[in-house]
Design a protein around this ligand. Structure first.
Ligand SMILES: N[C@@H](CCC(=O)N[C@@H](CS)C(=O)NCC(=O)O)C(=O)O
Length: 138
C-alpha cells in the first residue's frame, strides 16, 4: 500500500507525477501551506521532519524525493519504463545524472528565486525599491 503525503506547491508534485506514470495504486493526502508558506504541523505527525514529500510504503515511512523516486522505480516499475538497463552505461548515466541534477543544482536555484520573489512581495512599501534591486527577484 502506497500513501503519499503531498504539500501544495512543492517538489512532492514530482512523486504524484511518477506514481501516475507507473500506474500505481496509491492514496493521496494533500496539505495546504500555512500563512508563513510553511508546511502545517500535521505533517510532522507523519514524519518528524515535517517536509514533503513523505511516502508511506510497504509499512515504512520514506522521506527525500530522490530516494522515494529510486525506491518507487526499483519496486514498482514493473514494465521497466524508467529503470535503466544495467548493461546500458549511457542510459544509467543519463538516469543518474538527471536524478541528482534535479535536487543538487536545479532545486537550489528555484528555491532562491521563490525566496527573493517573496522578499519583494512581502516587503513594506518603503523598502520595496531596495528589495527589487536583487538580481534574482525579477
Ligand atoms: N531534500 C528534501 C527536501 C524536502 C523539502 O524541503 N520539502 C519542502 C517542499 S518543496 C517542504 O516540505 N517545505 C515545508 C517547510 O519548509 O515548511 C526532498 O527532496 O524531499
Amino acid at each position: 500500500m502506497l500513501h503519499l503525503h503531498h504539500l501544495a506547491n512543492s517538489r512532492s508534485f514530482r512523486i504524484i507525477w511518477l506514481l501516475e506514470e507507473l500506474g500505481a495504486d496509491y492514496k493521496l493526502t494533500c496539505y495546504e501551506r500555512n500563512k508563513a508558506y510553511r508546511a502545517p504541523d500535521s505533517l510532522k505527525q507523519v514524519h518528524p521532519i515535517g517536509n514533503a514529500p513523505i511516502l508511506e510504503a510497504d509499512d515504512r515511512v520514506l522521506i527525500e524525493s530522490g530516494f522515494i523516486i529510486e525506491y518507487l522505480i526499483k519496486h514498482y516499475d514493473k514494465e521497466k519504463q524508467f529503470k535503466p538497463d544495467d548493461n546500458n552505461e549511457a542510459a544509467w548515466e543519463a538516469y543518474t545524472f538527471w536524478l541528482h541534477f534535479a535536487e543538487a543544482s536545479l532545486m537550489p536555484l528555484l528555491v532562491m528565486r521563490l525566496v527573493f520573489t517573496k522578499v519583494v512581495s512581502q516587503s513594506p512599501m518603503l523598502i520595496k525599491p531596495i528589495s527589487k534591486k536583487n538580481p534574482r527577484s525579477d
